[in-house]
Write a protein that binds this ligand. Structure first.
Ligand code: BGP
Length: 492
């Protein structure tokens, strides 16, 4: 009867996440090449940060390239992960993490991106990383590309606008599978692949020409090349490894501002392009029909090769994953705005926001888990979730982040409710498990971790690690969850 009444109560893997560009630093160590994230400056939040730090123009990139220091370019420092590998792995082990989501710096393995052979220093570094995680008994969830791509590829090949980049990416992927394929359980070809549409510099490395808006045909050509790259990586990865391959989007959990038909229709349309489009292609294996009108009305056209249709159809994702920080409101009328994850959204009068304006909504996580699982009926992994806040290292040498513990409690309760709703939840990775540089605002002082890193927005500080109150709490939570498990094994 199990097939008739599908059950889904598997043990959730409890974990944490970082990204190489926000964590490692050591941006030139061992011959690492410059990547697109190294070019993003930190600017005080009073300035118009969006375009200057997120949607970089060609002159901004040239200016950053000339600037060899790292004070104003936080991703060049990260939170010093490169230099704290053993200590940080020991902290992840002490937490009892069952899975650790991390990413590889493409330009650390391939400094320009078009080399025939990988950089030996890069191989040596990630050998240490993967082997120390496995020795710690922690499963590895690898984001193969988390936004940064080698700057050389952007400047000399046009980055993701060029089909050649698919080949370079496949060579990078083959190096990963050859060296560490037997150590990695989960793979994500791309982080938040829908960012290619709503934040093209981050998502597809597209540099703006002056103040001109993006050429949307180039945006969707770049996204198409990433879709094909994802399918080719899955084809190769299934031949070379035992891992599971997923897709990942940023989840915005859209609510209509009112019950007016217009607000509801606009919500459906916004959700299609921002939320469903990319995962529809990567899970269903073809472009959804609602995109035909979207492309036609905007005069968007791009090249598709003969092989693409077969590749996309055949090599779809084994699981679906997403980042979740806030819910969003859609209104036909202009309403008061607030910030969200790389986007600006309408304020929700029912929700409180964090200092950065992101509206916290634990129930929205349950809603999103239900909607995503209902749509795809594939196991779901929460690849990012957490609370960004201005944590303070007190006189007593502690960080009393009770507000993060409250946030996690509320969200974990909703994940359990979703599981009881029948959603097959594979795992949960708490974002920024050790403090890292924030993606949207390039701030070290926007902290997510259970471990405080003593550094500020300008790179001052010792970068020593201090466990926050949430460290003990999360460690005990994971311990209790493990204790509750019956005979069900994780291995599905
Ligand atoms: C997502 C990224 C992560 C992470 C997260 C939080 O876009 O996948 O890299 O940074 O957002 O955003 P922020 O760091 O801006 O608070």
């Amino acid at each position: 009867m199990r097939e008739l009444f599908k059950t889904s109560v598997y043990p959730i893997l409890w974990g944490g996440a970082t990204a190489s560009g926000q964590y490692e630093g050591a941006w030139k160590e061992g011959g690492r090449g410059m990547d697109t994230q190294d070019m993003r400056p930190y600017l005080p939040r009073t300035s118009e940060a969006t375009t200057s730090t997120r949607l970089l123009t060609r002159e901004a990139v040239l200016r950053a390239k000339e600037d060899a220091e790292d004070t104003s370019y936080p991703f060049r420092r990260g939170s010093g992960g490169f230099y704290h590998l053993d200590e940080d792995t020991a902290l992840l082990k002490e937490l009892g993490l069952e899975v650790y989501r991390m990413s590889i710096s493409w330009s650390r393995l391939y400094p320009r991106g078009d080399e025939e052979k990988p950089n030996p220093a890069g191989i040596a570094y990630y050998n240490r990383v993967f082997q120390s995680l496995r020795r710690a008994g922690i499963r590895i969830f690898l984001t193969m590309n988390h936004y940064g791509i080698p700057l050389y590829l952007v400047e000399h090949y046009g980055g993701w606008t060029s089909r050649e980049t698919i080949g370079f990416y496949l060579r990078f992927a083959e190096t990963i599978f050859e060296n560490w394929g037997d150590l990695i359980d989960f793979y994500l070809p791309f982080n938040e692949i829908n960012a290619g549409y709503f934040s093209p510099y981050n998502g597809v490395g597209l540099v703006r020409e002056g103040e001109e808006p993006y050429d949307e045909s180039l945006v969707f050509q770049s996204l198409h090349h990433q879709f094909v790259a994802s399918a080719k990586v899955i084809e190769l990865g299934r031949r070379m490894t035992k891992g599971k391959f997923g897709c990942m989007t940023a989840c915005f959990c859209y609510y209509p501002y009112s019950c007016s038909p217009e607000d509801n229709l606009k919500t459906v349309k916004e959700e299609q392009i921002n939320q469903w489009f990319c995962s529809d292609v990567l899970v269903r294996g073809y472009y959804p029909s609602y995109m035909n009108r979207f492309f036609e009305e905007r005069g968007i056209s791009f090249e598709v090769a003969e092989e693409d249709e077969r590749l996309l159809k055949k090599y779809t994702a084994d699981f679906v994953s997403f980042s979740y920080y806030q819910s969003s409101v859609i209104s036909v009328e202009e309403k008061e705005k607030t910030a969200g994850n790389l986007v600006t959204v309408t304020k929700n009068p029912y929700l409180k926001a964090n200092e950065w304006g992101w509206q916290m909504d634990a129930a929205g996580l349950r809603t999103s888990l239900n909607k995503i699982f209902d749509r795809y009926e594939r196991p779901v992994f929460i690849a990012e979730n957490g609370l960004g806040s201005r944590d303070v290292l007190e006189e007593d040498g502690k960080v009393h982040d009770w507000y993060r513990i409250d946030y996690l409690k509320e969200h974990f309760e909703q994940i359990k409710e979703a599981q009881r709703d029948g959603v097959e939840v594979l795992g949960y990775a708490m974002w920024g498990i050790i403090d890292i540089v924030s993606e949207g605002s390039c701030e070290m002082e926007k902290r997510y971790g259970t471990v405080y890193v003593d550094g500020d927005n300008m790179g001052n500080g010792t970068y020593r690690r201090v466990k926050k109150d949430s460290f003990e709490w999360y460690k005990n939570f994971i311990q209790e969850e493990k204790g509750k498990r019956g005979k069900e094994s994780y291995d599905r």
